[in-house]
Design a protein around this ligand. Structure first.
Ligand code: HEC
Length: 200
């Protein structure tokens, strides 16, 4: 009896010391995952995607109209992390753990349509990627349209990127400044906003 108490105490103290040695910094998002970690996560997520989703066929036929809609949707909801061109080069993108990936790269373009849909619909736990799906079938169709857009990213044109800028979220203040500049350029006699806040 007494021996077991001593063994248990040694184990508890040992685990505590090991934890104190390993834990500091373990939850910092400033770390970068290793190539091995990334490859393992990708492998596990592939097999964690239910078969029905993996083999699902995009129910939305590709058309210029669908692509345009998805482009605006992406600019509004996804570009804040992923950038309009899908590069992930945004203020937040590189600072997540794991960082926002370049959506144009092979590792992502080689995923099936169903796998991409699954990521958009269910998000990715323990990362910055949120789940966007709801139980409404209309929302599902939005996600399928985004799958078409992600496939289009490697061929996106400058013209399309310029168009997207009009759909990126901006602050109320930026909007007021832009409107003021437009009115000024249109010849209205108004004072332009200064660096120190707004003028009315
Ligand atoms: C708050 C930031 C954020 C927003 C907003 C966001 N994502 Fe992500 N996304 C991430 C992060 C972080 C990852 C990387 C996760 C990982 O590596 O496991 C990611 C990964 C992805 C991937 C790659 C999945 C994979 O298997 O590698 C796709 C596709 C994706 N996002 C699509 C979208 C779409 C479409 C939207 C908009 C509807 C969106 N994301 C909005 C942060 C975001």
């Amino acid at each position: 009896m007494k021996r077991w108490v001593i063994v248990a105490a040694i184990l508890v103290i040992g685990a505590w010391l090991l934890g104190m040695w390993l834990l500091p910094g373990a939850f910092s998002a400033k770390r970068k995952p290793t190539e091995l970690e990334i490859a393992m996560a990708r492998f596990l997520r592939h097999w964690a995607t239910p078969v029905d989703y993996r083999h699902a066929v995009n129910p939305i036929p590709l058309s210029p109209e669908v692509l345009r809609e998805a482009r605006h949707h992406f600019a509004d909801h996804c570009a804040i992390c992923h950038a309009n061109d899908g590069s992930g080069k945004t203020a937040m993108g590189p600072n997540f753990y794991p960082p926002v990936p370049d959506l144009r790269q092979d590792a992502i373009q080689s995923m099936s349509d169903g796998e991409l849909f699954y990521v958009i619909h269910f998000g990715i736990a323990f990362t910055g990627m949120p789940a966007w799906g709801s139980s409404s079938p209309e929302k599902d169709l939005e996600s399928w349209k985004l799958v078409h857009f992600i496939r289009h990213l490697p061929q996106i044109t400058q013209e399309e990127l310029d168009d997207m800028k009009r759909y990126n979220p901006i602050s109320r203040q930026e909007l007021e400044e832009q409107l003021a500049i437009e009115r000024f350029l249109a010849g209205e006699d108004i004072q332009l906003p200064t660096e120190h806040g707004h003028s009315h």
